[in-house]
Design a protein around this ligand. Structure first.
Ligand SMILES: Cc1cc2nc3c(=O)[nH]c(=O)nc-3n(C[C@H](O)[C@H](O)[C@H](O)COP(=O)(O)OP(=O)(O)OC[C@H]3O[C@@H](n4cnc5c(N)ncnc54)[C@H](O)[C@@H]3O)c2cc1C
Length: 481
């Protein structure tokens, strides 16, 4: 006999934790709990998984951690293979679940999957917020419309935000009901998916995430506003992959940093503003799912991006001759991470200096970023190209040399990722093409041999972009979508 209430708690890759997990807490209040994770071929088919090697590594480590923790607390995380839209309704029926609960996703793919699962289930399917601080459809302007500018969005969200109180982790979990039996699939491994382990990635799992949060709050958060733009310093939280995979809930992060608010109000305000940028991108994608295919500024439709295979390869491999752009490219491939300032410089360079379509850069970042997230990545690329919501105006073109000198003043970020320039003195490291040949020789650099000459001249590239953009955009009616 089953008890009256039996909840299937469906964990699904953006909630790989037990602390502050609203669907699980709700299930525990009600009776029997069956924790489930579905190995959907959409992500776990080897050919697909190999397209996202860094995210897969982080996900597998986090999933293994969750599996272990659920067992330690007295239950079992069931692993089922197959398409979620088939597996979840079938298991709900087989286990005689009285409902299914999960954390809501903001992405179009997840929303469509959930719509189909709900339609196939014979029991209620309840979705809880937790990917974002507030539901992505909740923050509205005075006329009930979604915001397209960040500042009023953030103001409205802060104004209406109730006190953020993370839910504690359960101390124990009820054992699986005796009649719930499943030949649980094996936890996939990187080698079973044909992916090489990358030892330079951040470690996944809730435990590592909580330690990162603790370290950030203890040693870094109070100087966040002063250091966050410095590419050479560990001045940011490095919690983006944890937020992406839900090894930390954003409520937990918000609440932990808020404890420092009295002592470091400006730093904490700056940090929580970044969390609100994250909210803004998710809310924007919720209301405008087509942004994954098209620019927010419709006058950018048909923009004359160029095909430049050699330029693309140079950008991907970190061989443009602009040290900060090259450092960003190499950090991405090596570490699955790029500092935010370097992301902005690199994305601006690809779209404006090289006139290459932002969607190509966006896809490359989605492939290699461990924190690769559809909402945030798309927003970052559209912002950089000048065609997104509240974007950098298209006519602002970053000068990568000056950006490097300002935000990597000693050149240590470049030295780390472009070691062939390691011996160049700080005042020349961001402009090797202008350095006296004596200085280059002393540093062991031979331009065009050990390090490339710039693939484009900054001033010429800037003029070219402005001419192309001005003449194209002025001929289009200014429209947003
Ligand atoms: C071209 C481009 C692509 C990007 N792609 C992604 C992506 O795929 N995934 C991703 O998480 N972030 C992305 N960002 C935003 C940002 O670069 C990263 O969130 C940040 O670098 C992560 O490092 P951190 O955790 O140390 O950030 P912190 O500075 O410590 O910020 C704290 C958190 O706030 C959020 N956040 C910070 N900056 C932004 C921002 N500009 N927009 C939205 N959320 C933000 C992140 O969740 C981050 O973890 C992108 C930015 C650009 C310009």
């Amino acid at each position: 006999m089953t008890s009256e209430r039996r909840t299937l708690v469906w964990f699904r890759g953006k909630d790989l934790r037990l602390t502050d997990h609203a669907p699980l807490r709700d299930a525990l209040r009600e009776g029997e709990v069956v924790p489930l994770f579905v190995l959907d071929p959409y992500f776990f088919a080897p050919a697909r998984a190999r397209e996202l090697p860094h995210r897969m590594q982080f996900l597998l480590e986090s999933l293994a951690g969750l599996h272990e923790e659920v067992a330690r607390l007295g239950s079992q995380l069931l692993l089922a293979e197959g398409k979620s839209v088939d597996v979840v309704p079938a298991l709900a029926e087989r286990f005689r679940a009285t409902r299914v609960v999960a954390q809501r996703w903001t992405e179009p793919f997840g929303r469509e999957r959930d719509r189909r699962v709900a339609a196939a289930l014979r029991v209620p399917f309840e979705l809880f917020d937790g990917e974002t601080l507030v539901g992505p459809e909740k923050v509205r302007n005075g006329s009930g419309q979604p915001f397209s500018v960040f500042t009023p969005f953030a103001r409205a969200l802060r104004r209406d935000l109730p006190e953020v109180q993370p839910l504690p982790a359960p101390k124990r979990l009820p054992p699986l009901p005796a009649d719930v039996r499943l030949q649980s699939a094996a936890l996939p491994t990187l080698s079973s998916l044909g992916i090489a382990h990358n030892p330079r990635l951040q470690g996944g799992g809730e435990r590592a995430a909580r330690q990162r949060l603790k370290d950030f709050v203890k040693a870094v958060a109070a100087q966040y506003d002063a250091h966050r733009d410095r590419m050479d310093l560990p001045g940011t939280s490095r919690l983006s992959a944890d937020l992406k995979f839900g090894t930390l809930c954003v409520r937990t992060v918000w609440s932990a940093v808020s404890e420092l608010e009295r002592d470091a109000p400006s730093a904490i305000n700056t940090y929580t503003n970044e969390l609100l940028w994250r909210e803004f991108t998710h809310a924007t994608l919720w209301d405008r799912p087509h942004l994954l295919e098209r620019p927010f500024r419709a006058d950018f439709d048909g923009f004359p991006w160029t095909e430049d295979e050699a330029g693309w390869q140079a950008w991907v491999e970190g061989k443009t001759g602009y040290p900060v752009v090259d450092a960003a490219a190499r950090q991405l491939l090596a570490e699955g991470f790029v500092h935010n300032r370097a992301r902005m410089i690199a994305a601006s360079f690809l779209t404006k200096h090289q006139l290459i379509h932002y969607r190509r850069g966006e896809a490359h970042y989605m492939k290699y970023l461990t924190d690769g997230d559809w909402a945030q990545n798309n927003a970052g690329w559209q912002w950089s190209a000048g065609c997104g919501t509240d974007a950098q105006p298209y006519f602002r073109v970053f000068n990568p040399t000056l950006q490097g000198e300002k935000f990597d003043p000693n050149g240590d970020y470049v030295r780390r990722w472009v070691p062939e320039l390691a011996g160049v003195p700080a005042k020349l490291i961001h402009r090797p093409a202008e350095a006296p040949s004596k200085a280059l020789t002393a540093a062991g650099v031979e331009l065009g041999k050990t390090y490339p000459t710039p693939i484009v001249d900054h001033a010429l590239a800037r003029d070219r972009f402005l001419k192309v953009a001005d003449s194209y955009l002025k001929a289009q009616p200014a429209r947003t979508r």
